[in-house]
Design a binder for this molecule. Sequence first.
Ligand code: FMN
Length: 201
Amino acid sequence: MTVCEVPAHPTLHPALAGRFSPVSFDPDVSINPEQVDTLLEAARRAPSAGNSQPWKFIVGRRGDAVHQRIVRHLARSSSAWAPDASLLMVNLAHLYVDGTPDWEYSEFSRYDLGQAVAHMTIQGLHIGLDAHQFRAFDRDAVTAEFDVSPAWEVTSMTAFGTAGHAAGEAASPGTSRERATRDDITWMREPAGSEPADLDQ
Ligand SMILES: Cc1cc2nc3c(=O)[nH]c(=O)nc-3n(C[C@H](O)[C@H](O)[C@H](O)COP(=O)(O)O)c2cc1C
């Protein structure tokens, strides 16, 4: 394991090098509807299996009615920091075809949702918004609160806003900046310096 330092690598995209999950947000910073639209636009453009686009989002700007309904269902851990974020987004995956609870909509639904959320978080950094994805909330309660149909899964949430601290400066249970090494995450790869095989011979 190594600690995920910022910047992590000289050729890494700045958004990837600088990204971290804040555990406090500036409660005085608001997000405007255009910024919300930009985040949704980033998600909309993500690739997905067969272009299935198996995602939807419940959007709560701090202070609005949807936000209040989301905040009620946060776990004790996330309620310490998430309500201060400018925006809470509930991330939904389309698991089943409507009306047929055992007929998979797409076997890649959660994969695709994760990628759409990743696009959103990187786009967020581009417009000055930090993000913290999390699962520390009552999923069943959120499902009931927003009348989410059985075909859909309330998968995770994302808090967007302005971080109240720099990367690595604040800790919270369940979060860590430690990372497996590149070798750890490489299942198979030719050793550095080895020449690619000449396919013509
Ligand atoms: C699907 C998912 C669920 C997560 N759940 C939580 C959570 O419940 N509470 C929390 O504080 N952080 C949560 N995180 C954030 C991770 O803990 C965090 O990304 C990880 O520790 C790495 O830190 P970094 O994002 O600052 O690099 C979650 C992240 C993801 C992608």
